[in-house]
Design a protein around this ligand. Structure first.
Ligand SMILES: NC(=O)C1=CN([C@@H]2O[C@H](COP(=O)(O)OP(=O)(O)OC[C@H]3O[C@@H](n4cnc5c(N)ncnc54)[C@H](OP(=O)(O)O)[C@@H]3O)[C@@H](O)[C@H]2O)C=CC1
Ligand SMILES: O=C(O)[C@@H]1CCC=N1
Length: 275
């Protein structure tokens, strides 16, 4: 499967994470093609990643075995309509990573016979620790499903969802999720500075603590609540901070934030898929 050529339409943040991850996992840069309207982005990818680049989206379609649509959801309709005829003619597998653009809209724009895998990756793909949920439309053959899965599995964990609606929840949980952990790190860093630590010490301690907590959570069969209790000595320091979090509605705040992200994904499907 690593012999296939992969094209990215849009070479921004998420595409860069995937491309870097694919190269780190053994894909040759020559197998990867990227198009973007931003010359600086293409120049940087050519210079640093040695991948093939073009400002011509159609040239990418002509060159590859599978195309990843990695532009902003707001312009996906225009791009899909622009590329539909070439994609159909070549019977190309399309992988869309766009948040909030559903299979119905993609089929309407690209053609109802096109094989489309809609997925939701996340930026830790950059360090081969991505998490991606995928959904295939009925046109996707077994080998095409394997091809899509192999690309995303090269950069982390993959799971298939049979119910496409679950991708809205996945977007709220793992698609946007890295930002929540960065937000917590950001807030902890500000607090650490207030407590008198210098920036370098604060950042290092927080990074290592986040890594350690994630590793324990991954390696342990126990729930996050149980793992939290292990840190919380009765009458000690953690109890005080956890009580402060909980008295200020931490769980409900997280729930509201994830519901807001899920609802935005649904709203985008309705707004952007309308025509
Ligand atoms: N960032 C993330 O963590 C995740 C993003 N996604 C999805 O990935 C997609 C891309 O997101 P992200 O990487 O963050 O966005 P970016 O804006 O970083 O990347 C999109 C790139 O596409 C370029 N572009 C604009 N118009 C065209 C065009 N006509 N042809 C080719 N390229 C074009 C943009 O250039 P310019 O900036 O000049 O407009 C930009 O470089 C979105 O659909 C998003 O929902 C999914 C999961 C996670
Ligand atoms: O914020 C967004 O819309 C995209 C999708 C998930 C992460 N970034």
């Amino acid at each position: 499967m690593k012999t296939r050529t992969i094209g990215f339409i849009g070479g921004g943040n998420m595409a860069s994470s995937l491309i870097r991850g694919l190269i780190a996992s053994g894909y040759a840069p020559q197998q990867i093609w990227v198009s973007d309207t931003n010359q600086a982005v293409l120049q940087s990818h050519a210079e640093h990643l040695h991948v093939n680049t073009s400002t011509d989206n159609q040239a990418i379609i002509a060159a590859v075995d599978v195309v990843v649509l990695a532009v902003k959801p707001q312009i996906l309709r225009e791009i899909s309509l622009q590329l539909a005829a070439d994609i159909c003619r070549k019977q190309l597998l399309v992988v869309s990573i766009a948040a909030g653009i559903n299979q119905t809209s993609l089929a309407k724009w690209l053609g109802h016979q096109v094989a489309i895998v809609r997925c939701m990756p996340n930026t830790p793909a950059l360090v081969l620790t991505g998490a991606t949920a995928l959904h295939a439309n009925p046109n996707v053959t077994g080998p095409q499903q394997d091809l899509a899965e192999n690309i995303l599995r090269a950069v982390g964990l993959t799971l298939w969802v049979a119910d496409e609606a679950q991708l809205d929840a996945v977007t709220a949980v793992s698609g946007s999720g890295p930002a929540y952990f960065f937000l917590l790190m950001e807030a902890m860093e500000s607090a650490a500075l207030e407590l008198g630590l210098d920036e370098n010490a604060a950042r290092l301690l927080i990074q290592q603590t986040a890594l350690g907590a994630a590793k324990i959570a991954l390696e342990s069969a126990e729930s996050p609540a149980k793992l939290r209790e292990r840190v919380t000595s009765p009458g000690g320091t953690t109890q005080k901070s956890i009580e402060t979090f909980q008295a200020n509605g931490f769980h409900s705040l997280v729930s509201k934030a994830l519901h807001a992200a899920r609802d935005r994904s649904i709203e985008m499907s309705q707004q952007l898929g309308a025509d």
